[in-house]
Design a protein around this ligand. Structure first.
Ligand SMILES: [Zn+2]
Length: 267
């Protein structure tokens, strides 16, 4: 019953949708990992993007003027993650807030000895449990694709992680996936990666991944879509788990890796 209603609603939105084909192709040209998809998958990506733009509400801060092209640029990247999962994976929240550049969150946090701080670090993006995704347009507009750094993929990976509570690097797994295999693959890779960062190794994967298991999952998701060969070569166990989780294999979809850009402040 509910699935029939959902299918009806979906076909109604898609039938009424007006997505400019020229704008769509221009947007794809900026995203090699989307443009390289087979035609059938690009069509599915387009449908998901239409549903996403219908369901989500964009707002801006600090006077940023948001255009349809900017919304589309964010939506396509967000929908790459759910290409084979479905729009329901972004259920339970609605708002995307776009700042012109990095922003300092106003919320407070409590440190390990119980002292409450007002955040003073600038972020390129943030995802709230049951709440908005917040993005810095300056960071979203970063044009070096694929370099393994993608703030949209990062924040929306956090959203998938949050489907079963606070972000902790353990999203709800699909039927047939093993919790034990996931945990062992990610734990071993995370420990190894932290050791490499601690000894100042110049890693291709963003060292920000060493912040926490939650950040590791989000950064590995960025690399999975943009530099899949690197993830496969360095952490094949994680690659296999991400392949099963995202139900796609980006190694067949993108060109050779390029150098990563400088580390950014991000959350
Ligand atoms: Zn993060």
């Amino acid at each position: 019953m509910w699935s029939a209603l959902r299918a009806w609603r979906r076909s109604r939105i898609l039938a009424k949708a007006k997505l400019d084909e020229r704008a769509w192709h221009l947007a794809l040209q900026r995203l090699p990992f989307a443009q390289a998809l087979p035609a059938e998958e690009r069509k599915r990506l387009q449908e998901l993007t239409i549903l996403f733009l219908h369901d989500k509400r964009f707002s801006t801060a600090h006077g940023l003027q948001l255009t349809d092209a900017m919304r589309l640029h964010v939506a396509i990247q967000a929908c790459i993650l759910i290409l084979n999962l479905g729009i329901e994976f972004y259920r339970g929240w609605r708002e995307i807030i776009v700042y012109p550049a990095e922003f300092v969150p106003r919320h407070e946090y409590t440190d390990e000895i119980g002292v409450v701080h007002q955040g003073d670090e600038a972020y390129a993006g943030e995802a709230w449990l049951h709440g908005p995704v917040i993005l810095s347009w300056a960071d979203v507009a970063e044009t070096e694709y694929p370099d393994g750094v993608n703030v949209v993929i990062h924040e929306f990976a956090h959203k998938l992680d949050m489907l079963n509570g606070s972000a902790n690097g353990y999203p709800p797994l699909h039927r047939g996936m093993s919790r034990q295999v996931w945990v062992e693959a990610f734990r071993a890779a995370y420990n190894d990666f932290c050791t490499r960062v601690d000894r100042d190794e110049n890693t291709v994967i963003d060292p920000y991944a060493s912040e926490s298991p939650a950040e590791f999952f989000a950064v590995m998701s960025e690399a999975f879509f943009e530099l899949p060969d690197v993830v496969q070569a360095e952490y094949p166990g994680v690659y296999q788990q991400l392949l099963q989780f995202y139900r796609q294999d980006p190694r067949t979809q993108v060109g050779p890796p390029t150098k990563r850009r400088a580390l950014r402040a991000e959350h």
